[in-house]
Design a binder for this molecule. Structure first.
Ligand SMILES: *Cc1c(COP(=O)(O)O)cnc(C)c1O
Length: 366
């Protein structure tokens, strides 16, 4: 990605947004944060948006306010950023991992039920790379076992599932506005969306030291606030988000066309009836490490999301899983590769990347 390219494309508005906050010197709370919350809630068609300091806090706050804690289990996907599981532990509960689907990189819904016990309290489907999970199945299982569903939307701003926005289908949606996300602040920021009034109020209170009114602490909470500079920057970016999302989708299409005949790679599939917003364009590649090195030598930066599946991380050695317990997530560790994708990417740059991918396999396959 190229964060500077996006800044330069809307420099005047961003500079103005920043200077307004400094002029007003309303740095925490106040009109910019309120405006962001109401605008975001309106765009999502939900009743409540609670801003937070980051997307990790959002997940943690939701779990705590749903009463999830010691002795409880929460199910999540074996491949994600560690926030999806570390917040379960933070809340006092135990993370239970489910392998990912071979086609879509998201939680394999056919393997959720076998992991449910009488301690299971919630499922965290992670809409990884911008792809929405199979939410119909997730919700059916959640309803059958009376579980909460916390959608991790950190990588899926404005993604859709059967016409519904990701984040509006479960109990609550958790967002991150980390600079590199599809909607990024200039620092850390996040939010929670929900239609549940009680949950929204609790989350807001907990994130503000347990007080909705100054000095009236009804409980102990934490300090998790979006600052006004971030809110103002995000507000000035919101009018562009549709355009940026469409550009990502067009770039993914271009990659799909130009790479269609390269047998050594598998292109990302899109779950039917969903809008994949391509936070990440991940392919499965033979000789992945050599390919990524070849691309780097040609000035093309790639990434791996993620090099180690969550249950295989040292952090989870205590769970005593074997890599073979999560065959797809484990196999993907050695073959996933994220190609450059961001709205400002040009079609010539995409062509260049694809040429170099083809060239690599012509060389190594000889
Ligand atoms: C980025 C991310 C988070 C955490 O967001 P932060 O704002 O960085 O705390 C959570 N889940 C996933 C899947 C992410 O990609």
């Amino acid at each position: 990605m190229d964060l500077r390219a996006q800044y330069l494309s809307i420099k005047e508005e961003i500079d103005k947004a920043i200077f307004e906050v400094i002029e007003d010197s309303a740095f925490i709370g106040g009109k910019y944060v309120e405006a962001f919350e109401s605008t975001f809630a309106e765009m999502y068609g939900v009743k409540y948006c609670v801003s937070t300091a980051n997307g990790t806090d959002s997940l943690y706050i939701i779990m705590r306010m749903l009463g999830i804690g010691l002795g409880d289990e929460v199910i999540t996907a074996a491949n994600s950023w560690i926030s999806s599981s570390e917040t379960i532990t933070q809340a006092g509960a135990s993370p239970v991992f489910v392998d990912i689907s071979p086609d879509y990189f998201t939680i394999d819904v056919s393997k959720i039920e076998e992991k449910i016990t009488n301690r299971t309290k919630a499922i965290i489907p992670v809409h990884l790379y911008g792809q929405v999970c199979d939410m119909e199945h997730v919700m059916a299982i959640a309803n059958k076992y009376n579980l909460s569903v916390i959608e991790d939307c950190a990588q899926s701003h404005f993604s859709e599932y059967k016409g519904l926005r990701a984040g509006t289908i479960g109990t609550a949606g958790s967002f991150s506005f980390y600079p590199g996300k599809n909607l990024g602040a200039y620092g850390d920021a996040g939010c929670i969306i929900t239609n549940d009034r009680q949950l929204a109020e609790k989350c807001r209170m907990f994130a503000r030291h347990g007080a909705l009114k100054k000095h009236q602490h009804k409980m102990e909470g934490i300090n998790s606030r979006m600052d006004a500079l971030q809110a103002s920057i995000l507000l000035s970016k919101l009018p562009y988000i549709d355009k940026w999302t469409e550009a990502r989708i067009a770039h993914a299409d271009a990659y799909n066309n130009l790479l269609a005949r390269v047998d050594e790679i598998t292109l990302p599939k899109v779950l039917p009836e969903t809008k994949h917003t391509f936070h990440i364009y991940a392919i499965l590649a033979k000789k992945r490490d050599l390919l990524s090195r070849y691309l780097a030598q040609n000035g093309i930066k790639t990434g791996i999301h993620y090099p180690t599946a969550l249950p295989n991380l040292e952090a989870y050695a205590y769970l005593k899983h074997r890599p073979s317990d999560f065959p797809i997530a484990t196999a993907n560790q050695g073959r996933i590769l994220s190609l450059p994708i961001y709205p400002e990417l040009s079609s010539n740059e995409i062509k260049f990347v694809c040429e170099k991918v083809r060239e690599f396999y012509e060389i190594v396959d000889k």
